[in-house]
Design a protein around this ligand. Structure first.
Ligand code: FMN
Length: 566
């Protein structure tokens, strides 16, 4: 059982506040004589001063103890959830079952990787602070509180799984594994995927506050403008739930939404994403598409929502499998979609068909490092109800150019499994970033490298990709200097580079020409670069001048001290 503080900071002041309110109401209702009113007001002032003093002392003691401020009230109070559970499954796997986002934040705090920022503004400050934090070596998670213009307690959490260590907590991968070991472990674990279906509950923290119809006002929540040229305020790390009208399949995808009115938002959902396929099915039937958008919950659901799973694989089942325990879901107020019971905020509404009118979405600073999508007319989503916990926490994961990211979410892992499923052997590692897929393999037959390249192109890597590069097993695909060396020395451009055309691209592709965007022709070209030694004269290929492992070790042992230890 996790040790919890008996009283979260701020919450001990609640009885004092209640006493003050009671005294004030007595004064107003009973219209006491002046002397009594004065006495009561002096008493109230003393209580207030004591409360302030108590808070200051408490804060001092906490800082001195090095304890972590709690993210809010204990998450399991009044609800039938378990305390955070840590189970060591094997030497490589550790399951941490977070009840909710608050549990996760406490765990990040215990690691010493949480910074609380008070007083920042939604207008670029939260975005800029997040960007600066994400480039720091420590890359802390940042919890924004007392955001300008919002009540204290309405919070935004950014940078939450931005490091390998925090990512491993959510994926359940043991901390002592090296990065390549962690990737290998997760790749193999994915093959054992067995969904743990969600369970429905009625008592749910997300129902602590419910606003319906005219009471809905999205401006009550902090919607940051993240990047300097963003077209408006955005929430960009959602888990959006829809139901396929034909099969009943529940899909959860992560999409960004721009705020355009009290109850109106516009989404960017890439064509071909399941959420897009589903909404178009409703529209084809002349209906609006019901949607429930969770703005913050246990990060496992966001990871699942952002993973390109196959059609029919419910992200709720996937998140349950990642956690090792089912996600608890409940019914909302105006849709019959299952929503995460411990979510911080859920917006329920309808994605209207394009013929109901379009509004401008974008620009938005995208993961490509550009405002590639520009500002485009997009279908509108009308929000009919909002459910939220007291003191809600909204997740933000704005993309920044070159900011550090974890490794387990890399698309390379999915490509690797796809290639193995095709029966392509001896893959050593795959790095996928910026639309470049770099495959390192030990060639074992003629055409092996090109088979891997085409397999990758036909699968996940082909989506959004621009280059597929194949290198020999002595090249570390994460070491771009080594990759460039292999291209420069083992690749003959005339015979080792192929261009594939009309490949699946996307509308926010920064290199997609204007005329193609206008014609909705979201396809592009991909270069396949074979940077392996030619297989048929592999053994005669000039040897590298690299020092052998044995000589390296010997030299270190004999001369290391003379040269210095760095
Ligand atoms: C934090 C985050 C934000 C994302 N934003 C978007 C987005 O705005 N639009 C989009 O189409 N995909 C976005 N993605 C990628 C999709 O969520 C991902 O491709 C997912 O598999 C799509 O789900 P679906 O196929 O079930 O619709 C985002 C992913 C993450 C993790």
């Amino acid at each position: 059982m996790e040790a919890r503080h008996s009283c979260a900071p701020g919450s001990c002041a609640a009885p004092v506040g209640a006493a003050l309110r009671a005294i004030r109401s007595v004064i107003v209702r009973q219209r006491f004589d002046n002397p009594l009113r004065i006495a009561l007001s002096v008493g109230a002032g003393a209580i207030r001063r004591f409360a302030d003093f108590y808070q200051r002392v408490r804060k001092y003691v906490e800082l001195k103890d090095g304890r972590v401020p709690s993210a809010g009230e204990p998450s399991n109070r009044n609800y039938a959830h378990v305390d955070r559970v840590e189970k060591k499954i094997s030497g490589q796997e550790t399951k941490v079952i977070f009840n909710d986002l608050r549990d996760f934040i406490s765990a990040v705090g215990e690691l010493g990787q949480l910074r609380v920022v008070e007083g920042a503004s939604c207008d670029l400050e939260i975005g800029a602070i997040t960007e600066v934090a994400s480039f720091k070596k420590s890359c802390p998670a940042v919890l924004f509180d007392a955001i300008k213009g919002f009540p204290a307690g309405y919070r935004v959490l950014t940078n939450f799984v931005a490091t390998s260590q925090r990512e491993r907590m959510v994926f359940g991968v043991a901390p002592h594994l090296s990065d390549p070991e962690a990737v290998l472990f997760w790749k193999n674990r994915l093959k054992e995927y067995a969904p743990i279906e969600p369970v429905e509950v009625t008592a749910a923290p997300v129902k602590e506050n419910v606003m319906v119809g005219d009471d809905v006002d999205l401006n009550r929540f902090p919607w940051p403008k993240w990047h300097q040229r963003d077209g408006g305020p955005y929430i960009c790390a959602t888990s959006s739930v829809t139901r396929d009208p034909d099969s009943g399949y529940i899909n959860v995808g992560s999409y960004r939404y721009m705020l355009i009115g009290r109850n109106k938002i516009v989404a960017h959902i890439g064509s071909g994403h399941h959420g897009d396929v589903i909404r178009k099915k409703y529209w084809a039937k002349g209906k609006a598409c019901p949607v429930a958008i969770s703005l913050g919950q246990d990060p496992a659901l966001l990871i699942a929502a952002g993973t390109n799973t196959s059609w029919g694989v419910s992200e709720y089942g996937f998140a349950g499998w990642m956690r090792g325990a089912p996600v608890e879901v409940t019914k909302g107020a105006t849709t019959d979609l299952p929503i995460p019971a411990t979510a911080e905020v859920v917006l329920e509404g309808e994605m209207l068909a394009p013929d109901a009118g379009l509004e401008i979405e974008g620009p938005f600073g995208e993961f490509s490092g550009y405002y590639g999508g520009g500002a485009r007319p997009a279908p509108v989503t009308i929000i009919k109800s909002v459910l939220h916990r007291h003191q809600p926490i909204i997740l933000g994961a704005p993309p920044f150019l070159g900011a550090s990211r974890g490794i387990l979410t890399s698309r390379g892992i999915l490509v690797w499994n796809e290639l193995e499923a095709l029966g392509i052997p001896d893959i050593k590692a795959i790095n996928y970033s910026w639309g470049m897929c770099i495959i390192s393999l030990k060639q074992s037959y003629p055409g092996h490298a090109m088979r891997a390249a085409h397999g990758a192109l036909g699968g996940t890597a082909g989506y959004h990709g621009r280059f597929v590069i194949v290198v020999d097993e002595d090249i570390d695909p994460y070491n771009l200097e080594q990759v460039l060396w292999a291209i420069a020395t083992r690749c003959d451009p005339e015979t080792s580079v192929d261009i594939a055309r009309r490949i699946w691209s996307y509308k926010i592709d920064p290199r997609l020409p204007k005329h193609k965007k206008e014609a909705a022709d979201y396809t592009g070209s991909v270069a396949i670069i074979d940077a392996c030694r030619p297989y048929h004269w592999y053994d005669e290929f000039p040897a590298t001048t690299q020092i052998s492992e044995e000589l390296l070790k010997e030299t270190h042992a004999k001369w290391g001290k003379v040269l210095g230890e760095d």
